[in-house]
Design a binder for this molecule. Structure first.
Ligand SMILES: [Zn+2]
Length: 226
């Protein structure tokens, strides 16, 4: 839940309400240290670059080497601006809805959405596909916005189960319908490249809500994404 110690600054252009909503949404789920959210991107990059330099030094790497000396800064920038940019509520995609003019009231499936996320236990990639379906209650969402929502929640240190639920809940809210289904099929590099080193297994998680709890709708969706 939101804590009183959080300082809301450096979020120009979005309302306090939006920040509070988003902050409470993910802080209870991913254990953010409250006051870190008050840093702006440049401050975060500076802090992370310093720490990453420490990691490289501890590993015995030569930070004077031409090839390595910019690495701490590069990694820090990549964390904040790219692969973990979904930790910043300011980056949440604005969702535009359209009238469902064609009275299309069957399921809409967007399949094989590319997934790049990062395992929060090892900070190595989770790579896979996300399949999404919803049944309109009068409004439809721009198709690319579904991809953007998937990307936003993926760009955080994640566990696949939570990512699946977050995308499901966000889509329900965005489209204003309970009738949403999500399937994620992904390879975890912490399983493939280290530890057990299994390069064949994938992890599948599902989220079914509203009409998709019903076997017929669920089976239709599963057949379509085969
Ligand atoms: Zn892992």
């Amino acid at each position: 839940m939101k804590t009183d110690s959080v300082i809301y600054k450096n979020f120009e252009g979005i309302s306090l309400e939006e920040i509070e909503e988003d902050h409470s949404e993910f802080s209870e789920k991913i254990c953010l240290v409250g006051n870190k959210i008050s840093m702006n991107d440049d401050e975060k990059i500076k802090v992370i670059a310093n720490h990453f330099e420490g990691i490289m030094e501890a590993l015995g790497l030569d930070l004077n080497d031409d090839s390595l000396k910019e690495t701490p800064q590069r990694v820090a920038k990549m964390y904040v601006k790219e692969i973990f940019s979904g930790l910043n509520p300011a980056n949440k995609p604005k969702v535009t809805l359209f009238e469902n003019k064609y009275q299309y009231n069957k399921m809409l499936v967007e399949k094989d959405i590319t997934l790049y996320s990062y395992c929060e236990h090892h900070f190595v990639p989770i790579i896979g596909k996300v399949h999404v379906a919803y049944i309109s209650k009068g409004k439809v969402i721009g198709l690319s916005k579904i991809n953007r929502l998937v990307q936003y929640y993926s760009k955080r240190p994640q566990v696949q189960e939570r990512l699946t639920n977050e995308i499901g809940e966000a889509l329900k809210k965005a489209v204003g319908t309970e009738d949403v289904a999500i399937v994620i099929d992904a390879i975890h590099l912490c399983v493939a490249s280290r530890g057990i080193r299994d390069t064949n297994s994938t992890t599948i998680t599902t989220y079914y809500s509203g009409k998709f709890i019903n076997e017929d709708a669920k089976n239709e969706f599963l057949a379509l994404i085969k």
